[in-house]
Write a protein that binds this ligand. Structure first.
Ligand code: AGP
Length: 593
């Protein structure tokens, strides 16, 4: 998720483009760049924040400009991979937000036709395609070029000698801001709210041709009209997309994150580790991480053992660093959102030192972990601002599901069923989000307590751990996650009216055992809130309160269950008036041991 902007008017473009970009840095901040058109086009870009670029820039003439702040997906944060990208002549420049899934094919074709592509990005194929089709009409060349492109995009095109900006979108947001003798284009309203609150939301397939005094929107070659809206948010509110906190916004982004992971998978599959080739030789697998990523690792163990039949060991990185022994032929999967967690980096170096193959699942492109790993698979969660990890966790699970399903040898029928279910997960998660008000109700009940237990079995034991961690982190309630079968070996002593229990129940081999656990804790006076599949009457009779989630294959139940628990933690913390996005004593990336 990057941020793109364009300005065309009668004022110097440079300061306005930079100012608008700085308001989009919550979308990505690992590199940035601008292009301004006067006699020719001047491009300045680097792997720095907007503030640093502003300081380094000479004064650029020109009243037309485009800019980009990056969240790297293809190609590490670097000067050459930063946007804008140019064609061979340097006369056509493009900024892009999205993923071009067939870029490798287009790259090969363009190179064979003599184009010189210099970056590792998917984006760079676009200016070269426009160059290929350009015959004096810029918007037609853009339209033709986009017919060759697959995936998601929001783009702004600036060409030398053309007093206009051409913009287009498909599955990525793009708006046009209407000014007085000036117009703006941006990924999102926060960028332009200080200049205008009159906006047009482009629709998928729209192409906008924007000049100082005119905005024309075309679709399939024909001009169309689009409604003008008035935005009433402050810039800060708009960065949160109108949500109270980044955490709630990020929770609501998860259907899109799941879709993006599935879209992005095509290009990753082409470059992914050949687990199949290694598979024959894999004696054991080790998954290693910290915090929420460790809970994803625990779920990974269940997925791999069930679908690949390979024994998996899961380790907390900070513990592994002091005693963990590994066999050289072990394949290690390391999971980290930030890619900068000190304990995890140290463990990776230890694994490498004994000759393990290290595969990393990371959200931040170009982070230190990606430099140590033999192979890196990137999650497509985009920047996660809130300290409490939510969408990055779901994206980690999606990568694990897809990685394992891609290499499992289950029969064709089962494989089809699994992939069909996987593709339905965005809608299922949306159904959980649509049930928010019910969860909010239960949160106000929970907010009165200082101790809460989460219980689960099998693949939902780690979900209980994650639910407890989310509640702990942001509401400061002492919450513990337990394997339900463990309660009778000690924690039972803590049960009673003062300690509500949240039971995560899935329709799998652990179902009956979970029913008994619920009966046991109820018998000891605890109130039980159950997370269970919609339509489960048995649970309804047993539990005090029920949060229902949509029906999914048990192996995918951690996805819908976790989203429900994220909402429960969020609303409980909100009820308690906690600083949700930046909880006390915590950091988004723990870079010290
Ligand atoms: C989770 O909400 C926390 N922010 C924390 O536990 C986090 O998961 C842990 O620090 C690991 O971070 P990483 O995924 O960036 O390595």
């Amino acid at each position: 998720m990057c941020g793109i902007v364009g300005y065309i008017g009668d004022k110097p473009a440079q300061p306005i483009v930079l100012d608008c970009l700085s308001k989009l840095e919550y979308r990505g901040y690992d590199s940035c760049g601008i292009a301004v058109s006067s006699s020719g086009i001047e491009v300045y870009k680097d792997a720095v924040r907007v503030g640093a670029l502003r300081k380094a820039l000479p004064k650029l003439d020109g009243t037309v400009g485009i800019g980009h702040t990056r969240w790297a997906t293809h190609g590490e944060p670097s000067q050459v991979n930063a946007h804008p990208h140019c064609d061979c002549s340097g006369k056509i420049t493009v900024v892009h937000n999205g993923i071009i899934s067939n870029f490798q094919l287009l790259r090969r074709q363009l190179t064979a036709e003599g184009h010189n592509l210099i970056s590792e990005t998917d984006t760079e194929v676009i200016p070269h395609l426009i160059e290929k089709y350009y015959d004096g009409n810029l918007e037609e060349a853009v339209e033709t070029a986009l017919r060759d492109v697959e995936g998601s995009y929001a783009i702004i095109v600036l060409a030398a000698g053309e007093p206009k900006l051409v913009a287009a979108r498909k599955d990525s947001p793009l708006i046009i801001g209407i000014g007085d003798r000036e117009n703006f284009i941006a990924s999102d309203v926060p960028a332009i709210l200080d200049y205008t609150n009159r906006v047009i939301y482009l629709e998928d397939g729209d192409i906008g041709v924007v000049t100082t005094g005119k905005i024309k929107i075309k679709r399939d070659g024909k001009e169309v009209s689009r409604q003008e809206d008035k935005v009433l948010w402050s810039v800060k509110d708009a960065q949160k997309g109108g949500y109270e906190h980044f955490m709630l916004k990020e929770i609501h982004e998860q259907p899109k994150v799941i879709r993006d992971t599935l879209i992005g998978w095509v290009s990753v599959a082409e470059s992914a580790v050949d687990l199949a080739a290694m598979r024959g030789g894999i004696e054991s697998m080790l998954i290693l991480a910290c915090g929420t990523s460790y809970h994803a690792a625990l779920i990974g163990k269940y997925i791999i053992e069930e679908l690949l039949g390979i024994p998996v060991r899961v380790e907390i990185a900070s513990e592994f660093n002091y005693y963990g022994q590994t066999l050289a032929k072990t394949v290690a999967i390391v999971i980290t959102q930030s890619g900068e967690t000190a304990d995890t980096l140290k463990a990776m170096k230890k694994l490498k030192a004994v000759g393990c193959l290290v595969l990393a699942i990371i959200n931040v492109v170009g982070s230190s972990a990606s430099r140590i790993a033999d192979h890196t698979l990137y999650t497509r969660a985009g920047p996660e601002i809130s300290v409490a990890a939510t969408k990055s966790f779901i994206a980690q699970l999606m990568v694990l599901y897809w990685l394992v399903i891609s290499y499992s040898e289950v029969d064709a029928r089962r494989l089809t069923d699994l992939i069909t279910e996987l593709r339905q997960l965005p809608e299922k998660v949306q159904q959980v989000l649509d049930n928010e008000d019910k969860i909010k109700e239960y949160a106000s009940y929970l907010s009165k307590y200082e101790n809460v237990f989460f219980i689960g079995r099998g693949i939902n034991f780690p979900v209980a751990l994650e639910g407890a961690l989310k509640l702990k982190e942001i509401s400061y309630i002492h919450a513990e996650g337990y394997a339900a079968g463990e309660l009778k070996h000690g924690p039972f002593a803590l049960l009673g009216e003062g300690t509500p229990i949240i039971a995560v129940v899935a329709r799998d081999s652990t179902y009956q055992a979970m029913l008994s656990s619920i009966r046991e804790v109820k018998a000891r006076g605890s109130t039980v809130i159950v997370l269970a599949e919609e339509g489960d009457e048995t649970i309804g009779e047993l539990a005090d309160l029920v949060i229902t989630v949509p029906k999914v294959e048990a192996i995918f139940s951690p996805i819908v269950n976790t989203v429900a628990l994220q909402l429960l933690a969020y609303y409980t913390a909100e009820e308690r008036g906690c600083s949700i996005d930046f909880p006390r004593n915590l950091a988004k990336s723990v870079t010290v041991e």
